[in-house]
Design a protein around this ligand. Structure first.
Ligand code: ADP
Length: 529
């Protein structure tokens, strides 16, 4: 048994090692897969961020170019007036004539240009300044005007509403000017997968091209020149590759994670199954060895007695009786053992037929004690009986019930040490006539007892407790599991009160005939000590 436990321990360790050898690389590979996926996704995203920033800057420039083109179209008259050396009023008149979509014309003489800003658009200076009245939102935008000698005389231009300009020119800028930009990488095609939003100083959208998809790569860049308080936000659309890639990454990580989990779970279950099979194989081996041991002793005793009798080595009738008693006692032990194994096999296969009839448990108790008495007397046990005059009948199989009692008596004998006292009692619980009332038969010993934490386990198949006696006392760990199964098949239960060192009482509790519900026998869980 010790060897079995040791090899079971070893095979568990081997299984754990195999499990680690499979699960760790699987987890490592899954982790690596997730790591690489995240890195690729990060690289794609960074690329997209760079591209979105670049496009945002291009959009800003395109608006400036659009404004510059508008100014250049309208300034020709004023340029001529300035070049001709006419007075400022003439220049202003020329500007006014072209006010068109702007708010109002304005000529700023060169000496008043301090405080105005310059922005170079397509190598041309664009003069701009916000309206001195705070909150108007209007901006001056103009070009430098020169006299006949090429000297700057001032800036001529118009007041404009940047918000209106931006919204009115949004389509032209984004659909014509931007894609036509030769510096735009990817040209028109690239803008199809981009969403461009114009944002006012409060960050509210004032216009857009394409709806943005959900992506971390969206970029917002401030515009410059007369549009300096506005900004442009560029992000990929839902159909752009980067959004696809982001969604795909989430899917792939989930997939890799699930795959890793599946591998680990499969390994754990596979190994648990293997350990269980190993355990079963070891239980079988231990069972065969236990049974063989248990069979050997009575066979040897019977052979010895038979040989002695055959050789007529007995001198007195008393001796003759003694050998006969040995043969009887050991035969009973053998048949009890064989019954146990057969019953076990039949119960396991669900083929143990019970012949239910009204049974008087007092008869069963007396018969079992009678057949067991030679063994009890031989081993020097004192048996005290506490039986009532009569007991209500139970519905059951007398042979199976007697078998249970013999198993309990056998255990009481096996697990007693110096105090060789066994008490057998019977009685009833509950109101007579009540269908809930029960008949009880208890076997009490003053043996080694069973620890509270083991009291449930002893009813499991093949369980033999690691007490000091397990190596001295023969057994296959089947007796109590059979008792439990048989009594449960009778609609009853087995109760156990025990205290280590003080002794145990096993009580069979069976319903009084009439209230018996036949319950099918459910094989108990397999376990080994
Ligand atoms: P076994 O063939 O080992 O006796 P059983 O199923 O009859 O198998 O009992 C299972 C285990 O329960 C025993 O190995 C023993 O450790 C414990 N046991 C059973 N009956 C007693 C008892 N009367 N006193 C102490 N321990 C007991």
């Amino acid at each position: 048994m010790l060897g079995t436990r040791f090899s079971l321990h070893l095979s568990r360790r081997a299984a754990a090692l195999v499990g680690l050898a499979v699960a760790l690389p699987a987890l490592f590979l899954a982790g690596l897969g997730i790591f690489l996926t995240l890195r690729v996704a990060r690289a794609i995203e960074n690329d997209s961020i760079r591209y979105d920033t670049y496009i945002a800057l291009q959009v800003g420039e395109a608006f400036e170019q659009e404004l510059m083109a508008g100014l250049r179209r309208s300034i020709a008259l004023a340029e001529n007036a300035a070049r001709g050396g006419g007075p400022p009023s003439q220049v202003v008149a020329a500007l006014r004539a072209e006010t068109g979509r702007f708010i109002a014309a304005e000529f700023v003489p060169v000496e008043d240009l301090t405080g105005y800003s310059l922005l170079i658009v397509e190598s041309q200076p664009l003069v701009y300044a916000p309206h001195p009245r705070a909150g108007s939102g209007a901006y001056f935008a103009g070009l430098l005007l020169r006299d006949g000698q090429g000297q700057v005389v001032g800036a001529g231009g118009w007041w404009l509403n940047p918000r209106r300009f931006l919204t009115e020119h949004l389509d032209a800028v984004l659909q014509d000017r931007l894609p036509a930009n030769p510096r735009l990488y990817g040209g028109f095609e690239s803008t199809r997968k981009l969403s461009v939003q114009l944002l006012d100083p409060e960050g509210e959208e004032i216009g857009r091209l394409h709806d943005p998809g959900i992506s971390k790569s969206a970029r917002t860049e401030p515009l410059s020149g007369p549009f300096e308080r506005f900004s442009v936000r560029v992000s990929p659309t839902a159909s752009s590759p980067v959004v696809w890639a982001t969604n795909f990454v989430a899917l792939e990580i989930t997939f890799i994670g699930l795959l890793g989990l599946a591998i680990v779970l499969a390994t754990v279950f596979g190994l648990r199954y293997t350990v269980r099979q190993l355990k079963l194989a070891q239980i079988k081996a231990a069972f065969v060895s236990n049974i063989t041991h248990e069979l050997k002793t009575p066979i040897a005793l019977i052979r010895l007695a038979v040989e002695t009798l055959e050789m007529r080595r007995v001198n007195t009738p008393a001796e003759y009786e003694k050998f006969l008693a040995t043969i009887g006692r050991e035969t009973l032990r053998l048949s009890q053992l064989v019954d146990n194994v057969l019953d076990f096999a039949r119960l396991e296969a669900g083929r143990r037929p019970f012949r239910f009839e009204a049974v008087d448990l007092l008869d069963v108790v007396r018969d079992a004690l009678d057949s067991f008495r030679p063994r009890l007397e031989h081993l020097g046990f004192r048996v005290s009986l506490e039986l009532p005059e009569s007991l209500p009948p139970v519905r059951g199989d007398a042979t199976a019930l007697s078998h249970c009692l013999l198993n309990l008596l056998d255990n009481a004998v096996k697990y007693s040490k110096q105090l060789r006292e066994i008490a057998v009692s019977a009685g009833t619980r509950g109101v007579p006539g009540d269908p809930g009332s029960v008949v009880t038969v208890a076997v009490t010993d003053r043996g080694i007892g069973i620890a509270p934490e083991d009291q449930k386990r002893v009813f499991e198949k093949f369980v033999r407790l690691e007490t000091g006696l397990v190596h001295d006392v023969k057994g296959a760990g089947l007796g109590l599991s059979l008792v439990d199964q048989i009594i449960r098949a009778h609609g009853g239960r087995v109760e156990l009160q025990s205290e280590p060192g003080a002794g145990s009482t096993f009580t069979i509790v069976l319903p009084v005939a009439g209230g018996v519900a036949e319950t099918p026998v459910e094989p108990r869980r397999m376990a080994a000590s």
